[in-house]
Design a protein. Structure first.
Length: 114
């Protein structure tokens, strides 16, 4: 196993991620087909993941199946907001405005033309 570093290309990082996933699968004594079935994807799709060709949603599903979803906390730790940022009304992505069904819709505040 290689440590991931800045010296690696993006493709090399993805290959290393695939290799690590493969090693976790083998350690659990699962075949590609068995894990693919658990994940609800085809065996070729899962096989591509072991080569580093996967969507982030598949990576999440794989980590969940390994009971290792918390590993994502190391990948992207939760941001600690400063009191100033909180006062600046910084809202997380799932704020009430988005839940109201207005997300992504422009709100016209101009006066009607006469």
């Amino acid at each position: 196993m290689t440590d991931i570093s800045y010296a690696m290309t993006d493709a090399a990082v993805m290959q290393e991620m695939g290799w690590r996933i493969k090693q976790k699968r083998i350690a659990r004594q699962l075949s590609q087909q068995e894990l693919a079935e658990r994940l609800g994807v085809s065996t070729p799709t899962y096989g591509r993941a072991e080569k580093g060709d996967m969507k982030f949603s598949l990576l999440i599903a794989i980590l969940r199946s390994f009971n290792d979803l918390e590993a994502l906390n190391l990948l992207l730790p939760a941001a600690k907001l400063s009191p100033i940022a909180l006062l600046a009304n910084t809202a997380p992505p799932n704020n009430a405005y988005q839940k109201s069904g207005h997300a992504g819709k422009a709100h016209d505040t101009t006066q009607p033309k006469h």
